[in-house]
Every structure is written in structure tokens, then in C-alpha cells.
Design a protein around this ligand. Sequence first.
Ligand code: ADP
Length: 436
Amino acid sequence: MPKRWAQQVALLAAWLAAAALLGLVFGAPAWWLTAALLLYVAYTLRYIYLLDRMLDGSKRVAPFATRGLWAEILARVDKIKTKSRNRKKKFHRVLREIRESTGALRDGGVILNGDNEIVWFNPAATWLLGLDPRTDIGRRIDNLIRHPEFVSYLAEPGGEGITIPSPKIESTWLALQIIPYGRDQRIAIVRNVTREIKLERTRRDFVANASHELRSPLTVLSGYLDTLADDEDLPESWQVPISEMLRQSNRMTRILSDLMELMHLESAESDASHDFVDVCTMLSLMTREFDSATAEHPAVSLRLETDAALLGNETEVHSIFFNLVHNAMRFTPASGSVGVVWRADDQGAAFEVTDTGIGIPAEEIPRITERFYRVDPGRSRAMGGTGLGLAIVKHAVQRHNGVLEIASVEGEGSTFRCRFAPDRLVFRGGQAEAAV
Ligand code: ADP
């Protein structure tokens, strides 16, 4: 038993013993004892009353007992109350600071519960998304922002988020990302990216216009160079420079055509179309062409494990397949091999090109799909590369809602795999097998 309780029991015992003694001396001990007990009850009630008032919220209740059990109980309650008061003050201060800082933020923040109902949002969300704090708290966010891309992103948030036009401000673009936190809570972060989008459009338009403008003079130059190169009367001292000029002008033509293709892919707003693309026939023809194009090349094999057709844009699909097989052929020595596979399962289909070529150093893999990025620029140029092939592949695959995966071991070879979702496939019910 704690000391204060032992003292209290001893005090009560002494009090009752004194009453009994007085009863024995003056007579009627039962009355003395009852009176002593009643006094004790009154004393206890007084402190219970004080405790009650303290808990009720009176700041401080005086007078406190200075010693004994009740003094300690009341002092402890007072301490707890002071602590909680300080904590409350601190909490309010932090809350005010959060409110002020989120109010000053230029980015919008919207807190959503598990049912996508709005729990809270900051002032920036009010003007970026057109939300009204008086009416929109508790409403489902997809009833307020109905953009189809937002609705499907909300159902399955992931990746780097989406960019949609502002539902409130005209000609304004918003980048939106949903981040889960806590228990079934999510925060939607909204950023005004109109400036970035405009700059990106200006850059794209500039490259597209420049490529377009350069194409006609280049065609004229290439034409003359072609004629000159074929001219049997061309002085011998001119033959080397002319053929080099022709090679370079052909390279420039390829770069311009790749640039225009890339710009076209990048500026296309929506996903690729859903035309029927007969992958098996396309791959059979393509691998056969590669096999007969040059005398010295690695062995090419094609395995068609499915007859699935792809729903997409035929030109873009051809570009994906062509660029990947072309790269594998260029970066693999003639003694090596290139394997092309088209297969499918219930997760979707995969187009895969595996080579036994020079491979790619692990640290370069994340960068090789960037425009003009090459592991060895000199080698790529010497082989007629433009440095744009994989950037085109990546964009075209993304426009088909697919993913490009790259695995490689330097000096051993590489595998480039494009995965396509089941909703981009049409199965014709047969299992195809073919080889070149
Ligand atoms: P390039 O015209 O230079 O081939 P790409 O965009 O097609 O441009 O490829 C970028 C770079 O990625 C290449 O320069 C090369 O370094 C590397 N690369 C692409 N495919 C392969 C491959 N199959 N094997 C080894 N390296 C590759």
C-alpha cells in the first residue's frame, strides 16, 4: 500500500479510537463513534466537491489541503490539468501554423477519405479546382472534378500522376498526384503547370517547324549529291568528298525524319488508335527483310507463341518493332544472334528482342531512352544511328498503354521487352509457331 494511503488509514483509525475513548469517558460511545464517522464523511465530501469543481473546469480550486492524501490527489489532478492545458495550447498553435502555411502554399492540397469524400482543402485548391469550403466538404471529389482521366486516375492512382485542364480557370493546366497516407486517407496535390506546358509546346513547335523547314533544302542537296555521286565523269579527287557529303546528308535526313516522328508522337494528345494490327505477319515480313538485307549480320530467329493481334496504330507499332530489331542487329556482331518473340498470357502480350551483342552498362540503362543519348556516340554515329530510336519506341509504347523493359549485361547482350495490356489484344483462338 502506498505510504499516503497507510497514513490515511492510520489517521481514520486514530480518529475513531479517540471518539471511542471519549465515548467511554463521557458515556454513549455509539453516538461518539457515529458523530466521528459523520465528520469524516463531511471532510471527505468537501474534497470530493473540490475535485469535482476542478474537473469541471475551474482553473484552480482553493484552499487545497496542504498535507495528506487529498492534498496529493488534488495536486496531481492540478498538474495533469496544467499539462493538458499546455498541450492544447501547443496543439492550437501548431494547427494555426499549419493552416497559415498551407494557406500561403501556391500548390493545392485536398484530403480525401476512403470513399473519396473531401475532408479538407487549402485555399490554393479553392481557386485551382474551383472548390467551395462552404458546400464541398463531405462531397465526393469525382462529382466535382469529372474529367475522365481524373476519374480513372482516382480509381487507380499510381505513377507520376496526371495533367488535366483546370475545371475552374480557362487555359490553365494542373498536375495532380494522389498520395495515400495513414489509414485509408489520401492527399491530392495539385500544381499549376501551365507555364511548363506552354514552354514544352513552344519547344516542340520549334523543333517540329525547324525540322520541317530543313527538310526541303536537304532534299534538294541530297538529290544533287545523289546525281553527282552517280556521275561517271566526276573527277577522282571529288569522289571521296561527294560520297562523304552524301553519307552525311542521308544521316541528316534520317535525323530529321526521326525528329519529326518523335515530335508527332509527343504532340499527339490522346492514346494511340485501336486499329487491328496483325503482329504475326508484320514480324514475319520484318525479320525476313532483316535476314536478307545485308550479307554479314547476326542470325535472326522469330518465335510466334501466340497469334494475338494488337489494337493500335500500325505505323507506330511498326516503328517500335523495327527500331528494337534494328538496334539488336546493329549492336550484335555477325557471329552473334538476335531472337524475336511474340507471346501472350492472361496478363497481356509481350514483344521481346534478345541479342548476344555488346550489352549496355547497368548505369546507362535508365538514360538510353532519352533523346540523343548514346552509350558510345562515335560508334552509334558510325553505324548510322540517330540517337532517337529508343525515345521513339518509349513514346510509342506508352501511347499503346504499354511498358518498355530493358535488361542487359555489358559484353553479353540485351533484352528489350514491350508489354501490352489485355485490352489492347485480340486473340484469334490459335497458337502460332513460326521461325525464320
Ligand atoms: P541509336 O541511333 O544511337 O541506336 P537509340 O535511341 O536507338 O539510338 O539507342 C540509344 C543507345 O542505346 C544506343 O546508342 C546504344 O548505345 C544503346 N543501345 C540500344 N539498343 C542496344 C542494344 N540492342 N545493344 C546495346 N546497346 C544498345
